[in-house]
Write a protein that binds this ligand. Structure first.
Ligand code: RB5
Length: 152
């Protein structure tokens, strides 16, 4: 499994630790930047990670900014991306299992390094439960994106 990893300047300090952790788990990764703590724009890196997933090069993505929120908003603008901003391991696991989330976002200014790596483990070690009502609901998410969903 190959993981796309990206951050802005406010997530830069934690990104290398996340990458080292991914390597220790025996997974492949691609680092789309940013590569310094110079101020930059989170939509650029959110889009770079999403493009890796949508092209099929990577299966899952991890995005880090100050809060994780800007990254998740930007990522969720991409059709086919289900990004979840998490600061607890229960949500990080369940968003893979129930929502088939393909991008985990978190905030360096919100979580410490220890929790960040636990979030990564919870997300990457979980598997989508592709049965029962979960695929029905995930399909509805796609229909919302396509403009074909109606709540009536
Ligand atoms: C950068 O200051 C900060 O706004 C950004 O990293 C992120 O938290 C936005 O959601």
């Amino acid at each position: 499994m190959k993981i796309a990893v990206g951050c802005d300047h406010a997530g830069f300090a934690i990104k290398n630790a996340v990458i080292e952790h991914i390597k220790k788990k025996g997974l492949e990764y691609t680092d789309v930047g940013t590569y310094s703590s110079n101020s930059c724009h989170y939509p650029v890196y959110a889009s770079a990670v999403c493009e890796k997933i949508l092209s099929g090069e990577c299966e899952l993505g991890i995005l880090i900014c100050g809060t994780g929120i800007g990254m998740s908003i930007a990522a969720n603008k991409h059709k086919g991306i289900r990004a979840a901003c998490c600061s607890d391991t229960f949500s990080a696991r369940l968003t893979r299992e129930h929502n088939d989330a393909n991008v985990l976002c978190f905030g360096e200014r919100v979580v410490g390094i220890g929790l960040a790596l636990d979030l990564v483990d919870a997300f990457l070690d979980a598997e989508y439960m592709n049965s029962g009502n979960h695929p029905v609901r995930v399909k509805m998410l796609s229909e919302i994106e396509e403009g074909t969903f109606t709540s009536k």
